[in-house]
Design a protein around this ligand. Structure first.
Ligand SMILES: C[S@@+](CC[C@H](N)C(=O)[O-])C[C@H]1O[C@@H](n2cnc3c(N)ncnc32)[C@H](O)[C@@H]1O
Length: 329
């Protein structure tokens, strides 16, 4: 027991031990994936929530899409990437006006089906969703025109979609997912190719370290891990990919230059400050908050890994964004 406790303390307090553990975990996860074992706890968002808390979370995700995406009503065909353990957001999108919602996930997030049924029942009571289950009880596999595409990484799904089906989606949405993709930037190109003219993408992306080193260490420590080591810690396990705002902006600018899209980036979180509510463009954020975040970056930036040394401090201060992309008609 004492040895276990000491090992845990070592892992928490000594970053190289944590790095080594992540590399081992990631290799094991890679092996499991190659054997087709895709179950995970990542995405089991509702496992620790009460039914009321789950409903509130689903409502928040859905409302954020509409509010920040400036969407009066959802319609047509939508894809939600990384829904995790629940299809509640898809149900609300269907009820709002979507004719079909595809749920694309690389993993199978562990879930308790009884708990899930209670969430669906509670949602159905609030939003009159009963027409959306095709059995006489709530079974997530029998939701009208909601298709789970489990075991399909977004990277591959949208590459194939662009190649074989073309412009099929009116909306592509995600929350707390793109930071887990191993190649979100190439996937942005493919998702744009899969959007219909006038179609919209809404992605909330969290750039933080997801508890890899925090709260024991400061929140930029994960950006210190050398560039050649970091991918070994994250690629198979879905840990955060460390692709920050400047890289999204570069890709989006190049797609915009080709005349395909318009886009905007709202800030959801700042380093050393926390959540920014309502989400807003950087220059609209209170100046003291911006200074506080940038000063924190300046204090730590000389130790960062090579790929971050020349990144603007303002970009490194951005710990989360809400991305809105519209494909031109
Ligand atoms: C943090 S969870 C978020 C779940 C849900 N969107 C929410 O807000 O609670 C991340 C989700 O992304 C999924 N995911 C990770 N990598 C992925 C990939 N490459 N393609 C598709 N889904 C992925 C995970 O399986 C998980 O369901």
């Amino acid at each position: 027991m004492l040895i276990k406790q000491k090992a845990k303390t070592l892992l928490n307090t000594f970053p190289p031990a944590r790095v080594a553990k992540c590399i081992v975990d990631d290799s094991i996860q890679g092996l499991r994936l190659s054997l087709g074992q895709i179950d995970t706890n990542c995405g089991s968002t509702h496992s620790t929530r009460s039914t009321a808390e789950s409903v509130a979370y689903i409502e928040e995700v859905f409302t954020d899409y509409k509010k920040y995406g400036n969407i009066e009503k959802f319609f047509g065909v939508a894809a939600e990437i990384g829904p995790g353990d629940n299809a509640g957001v898809a149900l609300l999108m269907r009820q709002d006006g979507c004719t079909q919602v595809d749920l694309i996930d690389r993993y199978f997030s562990a879930r308790n089906s009884q708990q899930q049924s209670k969430i669906y029942e509670a949602l159905a009571r609030r939003y009159e969703l009963d027409r959306l289950h095709t059995k006489d009880y709530w079974d997530e596999q029998a939701l009208a025109n909601i298709s789970w595409k489990i075991g399909q990484a977004a990277e591959k799904y949208f590459e194939r979609c662009a190649r074989e089906r073309g412009q099929v989606y009116d909306f592509i949405v995600s929350r707390a997912v793109l930071e887990h993709l191993y190649d979100p930037l190439e996937t942005l190109h493919q998702m744009v190719a899969c959007l219909k003219p006038g179609g919209r993408m809404l992605h909330k992306i969290d750039f933080r370290d997801h508890g890899m080193f925090t709260p024991t260490h400061h929140e930029l420590l994960f950006l210190q891990i050398p560039d050649f080591i970091y991918p070994l810690m994250v690629r198979n396990s879905g840990r955060p990919n460390r692709i920050l705002v400047h890289r999204y902006r570069d890709v989006l600018e190049s797609i915009k230059k080709s005349g395909l899209i318009d886009y905007s980036i709202l800030i959801t979180n700042l380093v050393n400050v926390g959540e920014i509510l309502p989400h807003q463009v950087f220059t609209d954020i209170d100046i003291d908050k911006r200074r506080k975040a940038i000063n924190f970056v300046e204090k730590h930036r000389r130790k960062l890994a090579g790929e971050f040394l020349h990144v603007d401090s303002q970009d490194l201060a951005i710990a989360g964004i809400f991305l809105i992309v519209t494909k031109k008609s």
